[in-house]
Design a binder for this molecule. Structure first.
Ligand SMILES: [Fe+2]
Length: 497
């Protein structure tokens, strides 16, 4: 069994204190002890999680200090204290910095044995009249350079949603670009806690990933590859009996995730959670993998027994939607929610790992949104390595002739994981995109050729969805461009223009 995770960082905040002290001017600016950089996440109106890991002989009781400041030079200290390890004996540190002002920029830094970390920038959330949300997913180290992270690191966003596939579990050379010097470590499929830790360590030594964490707070949710391909509660497509018990592997994957992500997470509690931006927006982050997902069924066999969320999470989500007084309700989701007829481009009519494999539960959610007249729901999804803009139909078969859409769904492309373009010539992909739109009248935009991210810009009466792409993954020299902008007007009942 794996060691219980100790969320000492909650207790460590007891020792946090407001003061006017500045960091010791005699310590070096050397960040060699902090080769994984710094990160922040799960912001609230008054707090944020700060994270670092240290590569040094830590001894039994390492004294790691954290400081958060309202100024970039770290002089105006708002709060500081000592950190305690997340897991006994392991070099990961988190703290929940309290007492912050809402919707405000902060800077933070760590110090160990007179070595200081790089300075990170973060932001609390809260009431606002405009919000820029970066949306990312599917960052396969072996598939290419993280140029999309590099690009997003420089963008003006309030927070970044990572919708999962932050790491991939495969051994080297099995899923990625074998021409690149980016082979997975350890050199095997990851299964044990130590395997998962080593894989995260490899990813987090990537400078582009470090920069995007250093510049922006993250809100993370896992998808399948943080555990194993096409994972569900009791198994995964890419988990075999000779790899040991699945629940032991899933527990190891969860623990490493908690250790490496700047996330307010207790292993005993569900990962689904919500965030409030006052009466402007609410964000509901769903766990469609480990919480309640049943095993996927064969194509065309989705039944009422199939569940993506599990009963408790489903009820919680409905309650969140009903209780929200916010203008915008954002659902952070992993796999594509909207019905998608693939029959004319694919051997299966539907992707049964997506919500199409859990259609009855999806219909229950659609009915709930419609019958309770819940307005301005935007679902953001990852997983597919493609870009999608969808008007979520009440009835897909007769859309748009019989009724309105109940929500808008935005699919973010992959940071690096292979898309259609890497498997087929561009001309063929363009034809496939057109066929998909003809087969699915509610699908307003699809792109299977680019890697990048989405910036969702919410305003009082409208929202803009910007899909950004990077020019290549094969080298760190790249250009970026905005491939597409679409608009959601709140008066128009879930239309994408
Ligand atoms: Fe993926």
């Amino acid at each position: 069994m794996y060691k219980k995770i100790y969320l000492f960082y909650f207790f460590s905040t007891i020792f946090a204190f407001s003061c006017s002290k500045t960091l010791n001017p005699n310590v070096s600016g050397d960040s060699a002890y902090f080769p994984y950089g710094v990160a922040s996440g799960d912001p609230s109106e008054s707090s944020v999680i700060l994270w670092t890991a240290i590569e040094a002989d830590l001894g039994s009781n390492p004294e790691v200090e954290w400081t958060i400041s309202s100024t970039e030079n770290m002089k105006n200290v708002v709060s500081s204290g000592k950190m305690v390890r997340i897991t006994e004996g392991a070099p990961y540190f988190k703290v929940k910095a309290f007492g912050l002002k809402s919707n405000t920029n902060y800077y933070y830094q760590f110090e160990y044995k007179k070595h200081r970390s790089p300075i990170g920038k973060t932001k609390t959330i809260g009431a606002t009249d405009q919000l820029n949300i970066g949306v990312v997913s599917c960052s396969n180290f072996e598939a290419g350079y993280f140029n999309a992270y590099e690009s997003l690191a420089k963008k003006d966003v309030d927070v970044i949603l990572h919708l999962g596939d932050y790491i991939y579990e495969y051994g080297p050379g099995t899923y990625g670009d074998t021409t690149l010097q980016r082979k997975h470590i350890p050199a095997k499929e990851i299964i044990t806690l130590e395997d998962y830790r080593l894989r995260y360590a490899q990813y987090r030594k990537d400078k582009s990933l470090q920069r995007v964490h250093q510049n922006h707070p993250f809100i993370n949710i896992w998808d399948d590859h943080e555990i194993s391909n096409n994972a569900y509660k009791s198994g995964a497509q890419n988990h075999q009996d000779d790899e040991g018990a699945y629940d032991v592997r899933a527990a190891a994957a969860k623990q490493a995730y908690a250790e490496w992500m700047p996330i307010d997470m207790n292993l005993e509690d569900p990962l689904y959670r919500s965030f409030s931006f006052g009466d402007f927006a609410s964000l509901v982050m769903l766990d469609g993998r480990l919480e309640g997902r049943t095993e996927p069924v064969e194509n065309g066999e989705s039944t009422a027994n199939q569940s993506m969320l599990g009963k408790e999470q489903l009820q919680w989500m409905k309650n969140q939607l009903s209780a929200s007084k916010a203008k915008w309700k954002i659902l952070g989701n992993q796999v594509i929610f909207s019905p998608m007829d693939l029959s004319r481009i694919y051997q299966q009519t539907h992707n049964m790992d997506a919500w199409d494999g859990y259609a009855e539960e999806r219909n229950e959610i659609i009915n709930y949104i419609a019958t309770n007249d819940i307005q301005d729901v935007v679902i953001v999804s990852g997983d597919t390595h493609m870009s999608w803009g969808v008007e979520v139909p009440y009835h897909a078969d007769s859309y748009p002739y019989t009724d309105e859409s109940v929500a808008v769904e935005i699919g973010t492309p992959s940071i690096s994981s292979s898309n259609l373009n890497e498997r087929s010539p561009s001309e063929d992909v363009i034809v496939a995109e057109r066929i998909l739109k003809v087969s699915n009248p509610h699908l307003k935009y699809v792109d299977g050729r680019n890697h990048g991210y989405v910036i969702l810009r919410l305003e009082k009466d409208q929202a803009f969805v910007d899909w950004y792409a990077v020019s290549n993954l094969k080298s760190q020299a790249f250009t970026e461009r905005r491939v597409k902008r679409m608009m959601i007007n709140r008066e128009e009942n879930n239309k994408l223009r």
